[in-house]
Design a protein around this ligand. Sequence first.
Ligand code: ZN
Length: 405
Amino acid sequence: MKKLLSALIAIAMLCSFTACTPSQGNGSSDAPSASQIEVQTETQAAEEPEVEKLEWVDFAQYSLEEDVPAKNIILLIGDGMGKNIIKASEVVKGDKLVMSGMPHSTTVTTYSQSVTDGKAEYTDSAASATAISTGVKTTNEALGVDPDGEDVETICEFAQKLGMKTGLVARQIMCHATPAGMVIHNTSRGSYPKIMLDMVRSDVDVMFGGGSQYYSEYTKIQSAVQEHKYKYITTGNELKSLSTADGKVLGLFSYDNMGAADMSPSLMKMTTKSLELLDNDKGFFLMVEGSNIDSYEHKSDMETVLGQMQGFDETVDYVLKWAQEHPGTLVIVTADHETGGVQLPENPKPEDINNTCFTSDGKHTNADVPLMASGAQSAGLCEKELIDNTDIAKYMRKVLSESHK
Ligand SMILES: [Zn+2]
């Protein structure tokens, strides 16, 4: 009965979504201001997006080994994924999300080092990515640098030093804040061409996302791709046929943000292939971002946000299944910050989950975010009820140091 109900709701939502799909390419006219928000990319894919199918993956719980060294880390970041958007998703689904079944959980503070009128500002994705990647609090807009602009070691650099492989998967442009903060150093997150160039120069083994414009329009980036021996691909079919023999690979599958459209390849397909390419004796670090949860929270567009949550949870499901077959893998699911100020009534019903749940005019908030962990050494990250986002970086370094002695 529950299933039938959620299927009916899904169909109803699909219909209403079709009617109000935001047309891509209408720019950032309604984008909220400056540093408290995601930087909206100016140009978006030209085609009208197709509707993403709202099929929630069935709730399942996996039993991953915990008392083994953490050789691999898979970090899944739902951009803007606060507690209440998870709850809203579960109300609509009529069941728990897969991420909610992970055995360990805690809560994470996200504030950045930016201060206005003596008050810490809400973080943007750059400062938050830096905190999660480096363990250092910084100011908004800053990637892989401290508040003085000095470089601090990113998680990809750290993993590479240990001889591990590294990978980044996102639906946003590859040089957007969250993936970029895992690897490069720049005081200004908006310097996309330079950031993309530095990402190629960083020799991350696998990078899948949007933003082919930075390849097609910048010869310096094309040269770097050659110099650093990347295979460059742009289609789902090319992705499918990749093998470890191809070496390092840069896949940019859309001109700009891959958006909410059902543009091939999905977050899950990119993740599936990444795991196939990264799996090796020395281990790997992979960050997977559900980028557009945030993008559509900025637009207070519940239907599309739920579609993004569905795609993200489906990917979490796949990753947990994979990790169950690959002992020595630590899986972490968290968010960089909350977006939209999502509020729900008491005992919410599916019909209560709509655009009126957004209360922050599309801005980021300071709300603590959830963290779920499963697999190798996962309990230690969740020993305390409240941790800071910098603690995630410190913990990943600790367990990787121990497993790579
Ligand atoms: Zn963000």
